[in-house]
Design a protein around this ligand. Structure first.
Ligand code: NAD
Ligand code: ZN
Length: 369
């Protein structure tokens, strides 16, 4: 079992990077040596959880690689994705004389990837970078596309850069230690890909939920490979986010609003799932989707424990608060929300003409009653 996907970085120069999907870390040393033959040093970046689970294992497996290896870790969580952690990592790189041809390896979820990627993009005006994602979200989403960055002044991903890795190595077995809730939250993005791009993939997700939830190796390889393939197809068509790439935000306009209103007590994917149901309701009201298709979306989300409705008494916000939070999203263009709707399963479209009334009718979908 082994899967390889090549992602284009630069159309003109036909530059690509490789995504490797494996059930272990065994091939990592050989691949690193091949790709980074000219480097002298690796800086392995972990957070406190991935350090606990993977530091020893990876150090051991890299013993045969004839390079100097340093490690850096920071407290797990979004709160660490900031300029202060970036500065500590710069300091460490300077302390150990990291040079242009040396390499940063990010071992962890999207937080480690975004932060280590940003440091790689900016240290010495850019050094090489490889990702070893260890969450489903990082494997299926954040490791493709080249976005890096940190949060600033309370704004998510406010400071960042586009910087592509040279290699992404995914060990599907590394998901075994990931808490179930984090894992299922990542499934929201995977389901999203089915809706925006590939109805056959969605059918697979619907019919194989037991295997996927139990982290069956073959199913993991299949869903991660196809998620990366779909994101790659979308991103390669729109590397700098001029148009098409916006469809990756399906479920996210409302999702981000709920994330903020819930003060991040719900995980990202859990909010995206709510956002997909709201978008689904708006699409039904516009007669783009049928009631039956929306019911199917609900059923898939239920299978992955991602479906919920709020009791009005359970939360401190109402329909209007969700509307306001949605409209304050920084992804608005000229005061208009770019909203992604599904025209048919497997095909998404960007809409800029969604009215407040339509939004409110859609938002009702996430409240009981
Ligand atoms: P995360 O990196 O915080 O990981 C979630 C939790 O799981 C953390 O506590 C982490 O320590 C722990 N963890 C990671 N791997 C583990 C493992 N194998 N076993 C046990 N615990 C493990 O969060 P995430 O959901 O992976 O990523 C979210 C971040 O990704 C956000 O900051 C978001 O902005 C970013 N993101 C970036 C992009 C992009 O294109 N760059 C896309 C989507 C999301
Ligand atoms: Zn997302």
């Amino acid at each position: 079992m082994s899967k390889i996907l090549e992602v284009e970085i630069n159309k003109k120069d036909k530059e690509v990077y490789t995504i490797v999907i494996e059930p272990d870390f065994n091939k990592l040393p050989e691949i690193l040596v091949n790709i980074f033959s000219s480097c002298n040093k690796f800086m392995l970046v972990f957070d406190s959880n991935t350090e606990k689970y993977f530091r020893e294992k990876i150090l051991q497996i890299l013993m045969c690689v004839n390079k100097k290896i340093h490690t850096f870790s920071f407290t797990a969580g979004e709160d660490s994705k900031n300029i202060i952690t970036v500065q500590s990592l710069y300091e460490e790189l300077i302390k150990y004389n990291f040079e242009r041809n040396d390499v940063i390896l990010a071992i962890g979820g999207g937080v480690v990837g975004d932060l280590a990627g940003f440091v790689s993009a900016t240290y010495l005006r850019g050094i090489r970078f490889a990702g070893i994602p260890t969450t489903l979200l990082a494997m299926s989403d954040s490791s493709v596309g080249g976005k890096t960055g940190v949060d600033f002044m309370g704004y998510k991903n406010m400071v960042g850069a586009f910087h592509q890795p040279k290699l992404v190595y995914m060990n599907t077995d590394s998901l075994n230690t990931l808490p179930e809730r984090e894992y299922l939250s990542g499934m929201a993005e995977v389901i999203k890909y089915g809706y925006i791009w590939d109805s056959k993939f969605l059918t697979y997700l619907s019919e194989n939920s037991d295997k996927i939830i139990s982290k069956d190796r073959e199913s993991l390889e299949y869903i991660i490979f196809n998620s990366c393939r779909i994101k790659k197809e979308v991103v390669e068509n729109d590397p700098l986010e001029k148009g098409l790439r916006a469809i990756l935000n399906f479920g996210h306009t409302i999702g981000h609003a709920v994330e903020k209103l819930m003060e991040f007590r719900l995980l990202h994917g859990e909010c995206v799932a709510l956002g997909m149901m709201v978008a689904g309701r708006i699409a039904v009201n516009r007669r783009l989707m049928s009631e039956g298709e929306l019911l199917k979306m609900k059923e898939i989300l239920i299978k992955y424990k991602l479906y919920r409705k709020f009791e009005v008494s359970e939360v401190s916000f109402n329909l209007n608060d969700v509307l306001l939070a949605t409209k304050s999203d920084k992804k608005m263009q000229g005061g208009k929300i770019k909203f992604i709707l599904i025209d048919e399963v497997g095909k998404a479209e960007v809409y800029k003409d969604i009215t407040d009334e339509e939004l409110l009718d859609g938002i009702k979908e996430m409240f009981e009653g």
